[in-house]
Design a binder for this molecule. Structure first.
Ligand code: CU
Length: 507
């Protein structure tokens, strides 16, 4: 009898160990560089991994086992097939952000495809007409999955070798953040508690690392393809002591390269920056906000001199004739009246009774528009210094309102003529209950930012996302070059999931 009892106990214990082992995800791997040629097919799998963050092993998500996912390098004009396998427990879709691919492969459910169920796959045929930095991420459950690690870069090599100036090295630089409490990541599936403000993480991850570090030689010029992969947080990137030259943005090069102290990026925006590390020493990669400076990583420059110095090319501010020519045809649209007008507004959803202290409401229930601006320097909310989780649950949600029709979010149904540029005015009123910035993203097309608060913009770059600050009016010239039914939305993942989006058709 005792023997049977022992046997049963042993079987139960072994079974439990087997089950536990089965639920442990593999350890995260290093990000690989994958070069694809025209016509190549590549397999990408989204699955859970284990990674140490804030001193503890955490369950995170990865493409092909790494955070960020593989850096996929293609030549401009190439067409490749990416087979996405969903090995997560949530439905999936792969959005190739900024890539002007054919509409069925945009990865934007429910508009261009059904959500990919767990265990299922989808084949994306992608073409890359534009040089520069693009990135892939989920377009369902992104407020949960993206900060857990689902993001990766497409680096598109220009056909013209002189499109960008020469550098010694190039690498993507993914900036993100993740919320951690008592040593545990607090993200939850289908969590709508941050629909109002978005969610700011309290642990910064640079290329997936809390303590990002890089070594360089003295005099080296490193090209960083900087991507803001955070769900909500804007980054103001600085590297004190080094010189930053901005050569590109969302969709290729600027008309003319320029030096800067720092680069502001809203969620999903990109900057291509060449950085000269002239002297040996230690340099901080910083997020420099008006209130605080956060260290995102360290670059240690050794005393050995770089073999091929590009100091002279770095000192020159190159003009990009191809970009200047592609922009020139659109300048005539700058001065015309807006064809479409959008206003970003808070829905008049049911207000919860327990707003809690630290909210932006006056005791009489009116909005605190003016005074709040002083908490948001430059019209940007840099942190969630006030906690208002409860408000979102009460049905307060952001809306995109079409001023001509009064239609809201998914009721907006624009039909645009192919290759007829349109001027779109996007207004983000300061006098709202919760004024904050919104990164507005158009799928499948590119646009130019023509005016900010009536100030004509110079030195242009093609973009797919524009950060509209609180109180700001931004005019863009959209080039509807790519036929199909596409999405436009706020790229704050929590706002998108709460419905801050609309569709437009390009004939
Ligand atoms: Cu938003």
């Amino acid at each position: 009898m005792k023997t049977i009892l022992y046997a049963v106990v042993v079987i139960v214990v072994l079974g439990a160990i087997y089950l536990l082992a089965g639920t442990t995800s593999p350890t995260v791997q290093n990000t690989q560089l994958v070069e694809l040629k025209d016509g190549d097919t590549y397999a990408l799998t989204a699955s859970y991994v284990t990674k140490v963050v804030a001193g503890k092993a955490q369950k995170m998500l990865a493409y092909n086992g790494s955070i960020p996912g593989p850096t996929i390098k293609v030549s401009q004009g190439a067409e490749v097939t990416i087979n996405l396998k969903n090995e997560t427990d949530l439905s999936a879709a792969l959005h190739s952000h900024g890539v002007r691919m054919d509409n069925p492969f945009d990865g934007a459910p429910p508009v261009t495809q059904k959500e990919i169920a767990p265990g299922e796959s989808f084949s994306y045929k992608l073409k890359f007409p534009d040089a520069g930095i693009y990135w892939y991420h989920p377009h369902v459950h992104e407020a949960y999955e993206q900060p857990l690690g689902l993001y990766g870069a497409f680096v598109v090599t220009p056909n013209d070798a002189n499109y960008f100036p020469p550098v010694n090295r190039e690498m993507p630089l993914f900036l993100s953040d993740i919320p951690v409490e008592n040593g545990k990541i607090t993200l939850r599936k289908n969590d709508m508690s941050h629909a109002l403000m978005g969610r700011y993480g309290n642990v910064f991850l640079t290329n997936g690392e809390e303590h990002f570090s890089l070594e360089a030689s003295a005099g080296e010029v490193v090209r960083f393809y900087v991507v803001n992969a955070a769900t909500t947080r804007p980054f103001n990137v600085a590297i004190p002591g080094a010189t930053i030259k901005v050569v590109g943005g969302d969709n290729g090069a600027y008309e003319k390269a320029f030096f800067t102290e720092s680069v502001l990026l809203g969620p999903s925006e990109r900057a291509i920056i060449d950085v000269l590390f002239e002297k040996a020493g230690s340099y901080e990669l910083q997020n420099k906000t008006p209130n605080a400076v956060y260290v995102l990583g360290t670059i240690v420059v050794r005393t050995d001199a770089v073999a091929t110095p590009y100091t002279a090319q770095f000192a020159a501010l190159q003009e990009n004739k191809a970009v200047q020519q592609s922009v020139a045809a659109f300048l005539t649209y700058f001065g015309k009246a807006p064809d479409k007008k959008l206003v970003l507004a808070l829905g008049s959803g049911m207000m919860p009774a327990n707003i809690g202290h630290g909210s932006h409401m006056m005791p009489d229930g009116s909005a605190m528009g003016g005074p709040l601006m002083s908490q948001n320097p430059g019209g940007i909310e840099w942190e969630d210094t006030v906690m208002m989780d409860q408000m979102s649950a009460g049905g307060v949600a952001w809306k995109i309102v079409d001023q001509d029709t009064g239609k809201v979010n998914m009721d907006i149904d624009w039909t645009l003529k192919r290759d007829v540029p349109i001027k779109i005015r996007i207004e983000n009123p300061a006098a709202s209950m919760h004024p904050m910035q919104h990164p507005i993203h158009f799928h499948g097309q590119r646009f130019l930012v023509a005016y900010r608060d009536g100030v004509r913009q110079t030195n242009l770059v093609w973009k797919d996302t524009v950060l509209v600050k609180a109180g700001e009016i931004v005019d863009i010239i959209l080039e509807p070059s790519n036929p199909g039914v596409w999405m436009a939305h706020c790229h704050i993942a929590e706002h998108l999931e709460a419905g801050m989006m609309f569709m437009f058709r390009v004939e």
